[in-house]
Design a protein around this ligand. Structure first.
Ligand code: ZN
Length: 322
């Protein structure tokens, strides 16, 4: 792919590789791999709790180490005037394998700056959205969860609401001072899936200066979706809905979940399709060129500069943005 055929954007939920099934799915969608864009990525590390959580935690640390060994100079962990551009921010998807809040210090030391406490199932820290597969608890954070989030917040971690049930989201908003993110989601005011962020929570996240990443997974957008252009139009609809909940003041960006074992059309973020997305958003009255750039890159860029610290993040060339 020639350089001018690439699209520059930030993506706040990307999997470099997943163990077991994820790895093979990731190979199938190689064309859609996480390295094929120029920009800023929040890299999500995930481990199955197998055979034990302690074992999985050690495996997680080894995987973080090998990523850091490879990309260390490009990882943004705090204010720096190092001239090397920083392209990656490190996060953990699911803290169910975290032995206790005491180990947060190890994750911080290794460069992790974003924590997503929940995933598919309830865990010792809180309650999951259940993925529309199992009944959703009415409970929020547990006592352990409150302790964990208070400590994480004190240390400077950014908290990610993705996969939480509603009460756990609200409890989290009550426990942390820093604006939160919801890294990969749709919105319940369009599709009532429990996996989507409730509109009231989204409003509150945006009111506090937080960030919401919109995920292209078909299940989270209004149907029917029978082809790629329709898919893009529905994705644009979700972007507009979430933007309107924040009064069109920013805070919405891409959170693709690339590399996860779910089917997202392999052409979704290729050059021509991003052009289609742009046309769709303009057709839906997105307010001019500036807002398009904000969605594609600036909202995420601004948020992380503010909440992790100034550094040299890559700057898009104007050609790559149109
Ligand atoms: Zn996820």
């Amino acid at each position: 792919m020639a350089l001018d055929q690439r699209v520059f954007f930030a993506d706040i939920h990307v999997h470099p590789e997943l163990p077991f099934l994820g790895t093979s799915f990731h190979r199938i969608i190689h064309e859609f791999s996480w390295e094929t864009h120029l920009g800023l990525s929040v890299v999500a590390f995930y481990e199955h709790p197998f055979p034990t959580r302690a074992w999985a935690f050690r495996r997680l640390l080894r995987r973080i180490d090998s990523f850091v060994e490879r990309y260390g100079k490009e990882i943004h962990t705090g204010p720096t005037d190092d001239p090397q551009p920083k392209k990656y921010i490190l996060s953990i998807e699911s803290l169910r394998i975290l032995p206790s809040p005491r180990e947060l210090a190890i994750l911080w030391e290794k460069g992790i700056r974003v924590l997503q406490p929940m995933h598919f199932f309830d865990n010792r820290y809180g309650h999951s959205c259940g993925e529309d597969l199992v009944p959703v608890s009415k409970k929020g954070l547990t006592e352990y969860g409150v302790e964990l989030l208070q400590e994480a917040d004190r240390m400077g971690f950014i908290i990610d609401l993705a996969h939480m049930n509603g009460p756990t989201m609200w409890d989290t908003l009550n426990e942390v001072r820093r604006p939160v993110i919801c890294s990969h989601t749709g919105v319940q005011s369009l599709v009532g899936s429990q996996r989507n962020i409730p509109a009231k929570v989204a409003k509150e996240v945006l009111r506090r200066g937080g960030l919401i990443g919109v995920m292209p997974w078909r299940h989270l957008h209004r149907g029917p979706i029978t082809n790629l252009d329709e898919w893009t139009a529905r994705y644009a609809e979700t972007i507009m809905e979430l933007s309107s909940l924040g009064g069109f003041n920013g805070g919405i960006c891409i959170g693709s979940d690339r590399g996860a074992p779910i089917f997202i059309h392999p052409k979704f973020y290729l050059f021509n399709q991003v052009k289609t997305l742009r046309e769709q958003l303009f057709a839906k009255d997105i307010d001019g060129e500036a807002r398009w750039h904000e969605f594609l890159f600036e909202n995420a860029h601004r948020y992380f500069l503010k909440h992790i610290g100034p550094c040299r993040l890559p700057i898009p060339s104007p050609d790559a943005m149109t």
